[in-house]
Design a protein around this ligand. Structure first.
Ligand SMILES: Cc1ncc(COP(=O)(O)O)c(C=O)c1O
Length: 378
């Protein structure tokens, strides 16, 4: 239930203020049952079958609904399961518009699999001020899909402006807010119809659970379609993972604030560094998207940044292999700092600059992180 008086910090820290009515336990149990009994009238007592939903999923979904200011939320077995289930509501012949540079798994689905389904996909340049408006044009569009800070160049997209463009073309605006969680960017309040998160990242926060989240502004017909598709395509999140996600979310607020502060310290330190061509971070005043980021991110500029190393792919990879604290691994949003050569991870069809290192900043000591990158750049 949505209680407007409860701040996000309190909602998250208390896991939705759960108190078990029978035992008084302040942590919910993990319901591992896959099937549920009927009563003497052959009516369901509570749930039916775990693929359609189960009490542990429902617990985390109710906190996510309130966190996002949504009417409803659903959890999935991975972020991509959430994205592809959402896109399953797009009909053959309909059009989707998305950024050219974006999370490569979703882009790959749009490039490789949407075509099989007869979905038209067009891409826009997130760095161009009118990129989205020009591609959407005056044509009917089913879905505009954006990331407020696109992964991994961190160009900023104005969510409010995108919502207006989407509405004018009859489209639904879907926002992948994985890198900009609701503690800093309120996607639905800014005009998104549906907000998505890879729960694997900041929401869970410890690099130990794979999960996806969709939350909707209104529980309309399309949302009923998404729910049906989750059941029929089987993408539901397991009970243990649901519980871990809820447990992780209790500390989202403090983790995120520390991570964003560390990222800002690193970005400021390395801006203008002689071994770097650029530091890409929307928190820097020099970033072309800074003013929009400042307007739509109310609590720090996130904890993701990229470094353009002076030189080629090999020079960038050398830096990524020389760090001692930053772990050379993909993913983001965990409490530990990671560094990756993004073009290698994305593979041959990557559109990311070859000298780009993507950095996910954790909660460690900022001075140690800076010293580690300094010695790796030497
Ligand atoms: C921005 C973004 N969206 C979606 C995903 C996909 O999530 P998952 O890996 O949980 O399937 C990722 C994963 O890296 C991501 O970074």
């Amino acid at each position: 239930m949505i209680d407007n008086r409860r701040t996000l910090e309190t909602l998250l820290a208390q896991g939705g203020h759960y108190i078990d009515s029978e035992t008084g336990a302040i942590v919910p149990p993990i319901h591992t049952a896959t099937t549920y009994a009927r009563d003497e009238r052959y009516e369901l007592i509570g749930y039916g079958y775990s693929r359609s939903g189960n009490p542990t999923c429902a617990q985390v979904e109710s906190v996510l609904t309130e966190l996002e200011g949504a009417e409803d939320a659903l959890v999935f077995g991975s972020g991509l399961a959430g994205i592809t289930t959402f896109f399953d509501t797009v009909r053959t012949g309909e059009r989707v518009v998305a950024p050219r540079v974006m999370y490569h798994g979703a882009a790959d689905w749009l490039h490789r699999l949407a075509e099989r389904r007869g979905i038209m996909v067009e891409f826009f340049d997130a760095a161009a001020p009118d990129g989205l408006r020009e591609v959407v044009g005056a044509r009917d569009t089913a879905v505009v899909w954006i990331e407020p800070s696109v992964n991994p160049t961190w160009d900023v997209i104005d969510v409010r402006a995108a919502a207006e463009i989407a509405r004018a073309s009859g489209a639904v605006l879907g926002v992948d807010a994985t890198a900009t969680p609701a503690v800093t960017l309120r996607a639905l309040e800014l005009g998104a119809d549906v907000v998505f998160h890879s729960g694997t990242k900041y929401l869970a926060g410890h690099s130990d659970v794979t999960a996806g989240v969709l939350a909707t502004r209104v529980a309309d017909e399309r949302w009923e379609d998404v729910k049906l598709a989750r059941t029929l395509m089987g993408g539901v999140l397991g009970a243990f993972e649901s519980w871990l996600l809820l447990r992780g979310m209790r500390t989202l607020h403090v983790r995120y604030e520390r991570q964003a502060a560390n990222a800002m310290a690193i970005a400021r330190h390395f801006e203008g560094h002689p071994k770097l061509d650029a530091v890409l971070y929307p928190g820097l005043e020099s970033h072309p998207g800074h003013a929009v980021a400042k307007r739509q991110m109310t609590n720090g500029f996130g904890a993701m940044l990229s470094l353009l190393v002076t030189g080629d792919a090999e020079a960038a990879k050398r830096v990524a292999t020389r760090t001692r604290l930053f772990v050379p691994a993909t993913s983001l949003g965990g409490v530990e700092s990671l560094i990756e050569h993004r073009a290698t991870v994305e593979g041959p069809n990557s559109v990311v600059p070859e000298n780009l290192l993507r950095v996910s900043v954790g909660i460690e000591n900022a001075h140690e992180l800076i010293a580690d990158l300094e010695q790796a750049l030497e």
